[in-house]
Every structure is written in C-alpha cells, then in structure tokens.
Design a protein around this ligand. Structure first.
Ligand code: ADP
Ligand code: MG
Length: 232
C-alpha cells in the first residue's frame, strides 16, 4: 500500500480536557486507488489528512508513506518524504496573487531544487493535463474558481507524488464545476497511479471514486452514510 495509517489516535487539548479527533483510525490506499472520506463538519476529516500528510504527529499509531514508516521519523525526514512523495490540495486554492499559473507550479520545483528546464517542461505538461494549457500566463484574478482549483491540483502534482491528499476541493464551486474537478482527480489518479484520498461533503461525486469511507466523531467506517443532513 502506498499510504498506510494504522490505529491512529489524535487528541487536541480542549481546556482542561482533551478532544479525541481521531479514534483508532486505520486507512490503506494503494496505487491508482481513489478513496473518498465523507462525514459531518467537525468529525475529524481534515485532521486525518493532516496526519496522512505528516503535518501533525498523532498521539499513537503508525503512518507509512511509499514504504517508509514515519511514526518515529524526525522533522527533516518527514519534510523530505512529504516533499518527494505527497501532494496536498487544500480547500482554498492559496495561489500567490502575483504569479502566473505556470509560475505557481515552478515555485514548487524551485523549492525542490529541480533544474528550471525539466521543471518548465513538467509544469506545462501538468497544466495541459488539467486543460489549462492556454492559461499558463494568467494570474489568479484572471481565472475562474474552477480554473484556480485546477492550478492548485496541478501544483500538488508538480513533484510527482505517489500520494495525493485533497480537502473538500469542490466546496467553493457550483455543482457542475465540482463534478468536473472530481472527475479530473479520478482521471489523474488512474493515469498516474496515485493513492488519492479526497475529503468531500458532496455525496453526488462519490459515484466517481473507488472506496467510500465515512468519518463520524473521529471514527472511520466503510461505506457512505445515507442521510445528507449535517454534512459540511
Ligand atoms: P472536519 O475536517 O471533519 O470538519 P476537523 O478535523 O477539522 O474536522 O476537526 C475535528 C475536531 O477537532 C473538531 O471538533 C475540531 O473543533 C477539533 N480541532 C481541529 N483542529 C484543532 C486544533 N488545532 N486544536 C484544537 N481542536 C481542533
Ligand atoms: Mg475540514
């Protein structure tokens, strides 16, 4: 498995008590597999992605990415594994206003120390794969919400990750554009053999994924919850 979370417990301090955000959660996603995590607001979905991205260290349990057990790894090794193997797409695009679409991607390669020539070829290929080849010189304010989210996704793929983690990518989009984004993620997952985990509140898009999981009060279970009430 490309991404393995085993028996993860994560708590946050909550006044003089603790809040259990992840309660013995296990999750395995293999290459080319598109998994979706649904569940109400506050159930622990973003916390799960933060642990998978090694941005937060859980109280207990193991995280392994691309065959490397990171449970006891130091900060430097976690940062390196994250940079080399993990792409993260946050809910908001977080693009830099002063940079063109192409440059948003090139910044990533620059940080990873890649040669400018290889990087620019790869960035153009990726913009093409998200159907933005003709928008490479546009700044974020010249792009629609859906286009910005596609730049965001292309940027997350810039360092050829094996694991792609996506937090509510459709929350700022109308239904049709949301479906297009999820369909694009499904396509990229299969074509690039990614292990993708997408957090979503949009039950209509679950038909496009391989595995549906539901988070409820910090516990993860298989299958979709049928009632849509309380989803956010
Ligand atoms: P979701 O993404 O499903 O809305 P989160 O993972 O963001 O859920 O949050 C799960 C629970 O943990 C919520 O009760 C939230 O208030 C709490 N929480 C999230 N982040 C923190 C934090 N940094 N400190 C304290 N509590 C947090
Ligand atoms: Mg969240």
């Amino acid at each position: 498995m490309t991404l393995n979370l085993a028996d993860i417990v994560l708590t946050y301090p909550d006044g003089d008590r603790t809040l259990t955000a992840l309660n013995h959660v296990s999750l395995s996603v293999g290459p080319g597999e598109f998994a979706a995590v649904a569940g109400p607001s506050g159930s622990g979905k973003s916390s799960l992605l933060a642990v998978a991205a090694t941005l937060i260290t859980p109280d207990s349990g193991t995280v392994s990415i691309a065959g490397q057990d990171l449970s006891r790894a130091g900060q430097a090794r976690r940062t390196k594994v994250r940079r080399d193997h993990v792409g993260v797409v946050f809910q908001q695009a977080n693009l830099l206003p002063s940079l063109t679409a192409l440059d948003q991607l090139l910044v990533m390669a620059h940080l990873a120390g890649e040669s400018p020539r290889t990087a620019s070829m790869r960035a153009r290929e990726l913009l093409h794969s998200v159907d933005l080849a003709d928008k490479e010189h546009k700044h974020p304010h010249q792009l629609s919400g859906g286009e910005r989210q596609r730049v965001n996704i292309a940027r997350a793929l810039m360092n050829s990750p094996e694991v792609l983690l996506v937090d509510e990518p459709t929350s700022a989009l109308d239904h049709q554009r949301g479906e297009q984004i999820v369909s694009l993620l499904a396509d990229l997952t299969r074509r690039n053999g990614l292990a993708t985990v997408m957090v979503t509140h949009d039950l209509a898009t679950l038909a496009m994924v391989d595995t549906v999981l539901t988070m409820s009060d910090g516990s993860l279970s298989e299958g979709a919850v049928t009632q849509a009430a309380g989803f956010a």
